[in-house]
Design a protein around this ligand. Structure first.
Ligand SMILES: Nc1ncnc2c1ncn2[C@@H]1O[C@H](COP(=O)(O)OP(=O)(O)OP(=O)(O)O)[C@@H](O)[C@H]1O
Ligand SMILES: [Mg+2]
Length: 448
């Protein structure tokens, strides 16, 4: 590990020498100056990790020097040394950007504790900045892959509405990218520095819904051992993402509607209303109009949340996006798995293009993850593309549709197996030839 570099400016030479010595002993790399001349230049030439400045210098004062230093290195933490009793200047120093202050005379251990604390909080700040950057990068529009007409239009709409503060309603089958789109909109909005709070309405038991959403005071109900902030309060200033909103219980729907109208709410067990300001994005893979008709979703809430509708089409309706998505996932998993896969064999691509993807992009991503994990060379071959047809994977369609899809698929595989021989095929299927023929006719399948 590199030793942290520390700049010290103090016109009291004895103290300066003492500090340099102590800091060296403590494993730092200190550099002392007994006057302010040339200090700013020194900071701009060499990168320091922290500065210690005496408040009373010969020509100027430590706070002015700090401001000059911050002009060349705005993030540099500064500790100001003040004379005993000058509380006012200490406060002034903090207000103008010092990390902390120490009152003379001070113990060198005290100084070292402060330095370590400042350095740690600087690393933490940098880490938070780096992580935020990473998240922003990940949810950038450019990571939403799609050149099909439907996706191009969707991306255009997203760019237009991101900065408008209206409620957004995203619909689309499971795995089409609703969450991805919601996060990208948040990241492109003026609320991006504030929280994005995701609530999966399908995952919260009905009896806990209100307390999770609105929060509660200590003692509001049995088990409320301490005051707890709910999702609404957490989302203040940012974006509230209500995923699977179609699964929200009717009793909670009524209360949510009130919050959206009044922009405030009362935590459970509290008399005090809390003001909130958030942008609402909701999503569902249910047909919400159908839910309204069936009386399971409030019509007035539907209109409230449905200000800007975004519809993400299923992958089977935009198969021209598949090659791009495949390329995207190859890159992604190359990085994640430390692999060097370069391409995909035409037959493997054909297989991907032939499938209907009931689980949409998520299913494609899983298939690609498996193929990438198993791939040994630089090409993904068709034997690595394993598409499982487990029931319950992806969306559930009406029984008749599922049965028809299965029959069609079964018959095709069966005939391929028998090389188009109907007698053999009907035998394996356990059907009379005549019945088998009518099945083929129903599905419009030509045995040869
Ligand atoms: N257009 C896209 N480009 C790149 N990745 C995508 C795209 N659409 C979806 N994905 C990826 O597919 C996966 C599923 O997306 P996401 O979780 O957003 O779907 P969802 O619609 O919220 O699904 P569910 O309804 O099941 O919650 C994620 O890993 C996401 O990154
Ligand atoms: Mg989702």
């Amino acid at each position: 590990m590199k030793k942290p570099k520390i700049l010290i400016v103090d016109d009291d030479r004895n103290l300066l020498e003492l500090m340099v010595m102590r800091l060296e002993d403590a494993g730092f790399e200190p550099r002392g100056f007994d006057m302010e001349d040339g200090v700013v230049e020194e900071v701009s030439k060499n990168s320091y990790d922290l500065a210690i400045l005496d408040l009373q210098l010969l020509k100027t004062d430590g706070i002015t020097l700090m401001e000059e230093i911050h002009r060349v290195d705005p993030e540099l933490p500064v500790v100001i040394l003040t004379a005993h009793g000058s509380i006012e200047s200490a406060v002034n120093a903090m207000q103008r950007g010092a990390y902390t202050y120490l009152t003379k005379p001070f113990d060198s251990r005290e100084l070292i504790v402060q330095i370590e604390r400042a350095l740690k909080s600087r690393t933490l700040e940098e880490e938070v900045k780096r992580l935020k950057e990473m998240v922003r990068e990940r949810y950038d529009f450019k990571n939403i892959i799609g050149k099909s007409q439907a996706m191009t239009i969707l991306l255009q709409q997203m760019a237009q509405i991101a900065t408008v503060d209206s409620s957004i309603f995203i619909s689309g089958e499971s795995g089409t990218g609703k969450e991805l789109v919601a996060r990208a909109i948040h990241m492109a909005s003026s609320r991006k520095e504030k929280p994005f709070v995701e609530v999966n309405c399908a995952a919260i038991p009905e009896n806990l819904f209100e307390s999770e959403l609105f929060g509660y005071e200590k003692g509001a109900f049995t088990g409320a051992v301490k005051k707890t902030r709910g999702y609404l309060a957490q989302a203040d200033g940012g974006t509230l993402f209500l995923d699977e909103i179609g699964d929200m219980p009717l009793s909670v729907q009524a209360k949510l509607l009130r919050v959206l109208q009044e922009k405030r709410f009362q935590p459970l067990g509290s008399e005090q209303p809390v003001e909130v300001d958030f942008r609402l994005i909701s999503a569902t893979n249910k047909d919400l109009i159908h839910e309204v008709r069936e009386g399971r979703f409030r019509e007035d809430l539907f209109y409230r949340i449905h200000v800007i509708p975004l519809k993400i089409p299923p992958l089977r309706d935009r198969k021209d996006d598949i090659p791009l998505l495949v390329e995207h996932f190859i890159c992604k998993f190359n990085e994640k798995m430390q692999k060097g896969v370069k391409k995909i064999a035409p037959r493997a691509m054909k297989k991907l293009l032939a499938h209907d993807w009931p689980g949409n992009v998520r299913e494609l991503e899983n298939v690609m993850e498996y193929a990438m994990a198993m791939c040994q060379g630089n090409t993904i071959t068709d034997d690595l593309i394993i598409i499982s047809r487990l029931p319950g994977v992806g969306i559930l369609r009406p029984l008749k549709e599922e049965r028809d899809a299965f029959e069609r698929d079964y018959l095709t595989r069966l005939l391929r197996h028998t090389g188009g021989n109907v007698s053999k095929a009907s035998e394996i299927a356990g059907k009379y030839r005549a019945d088998f023929y009518s099945l083929l006719k129903k599905h419009n399948i030509n045995p040869s």
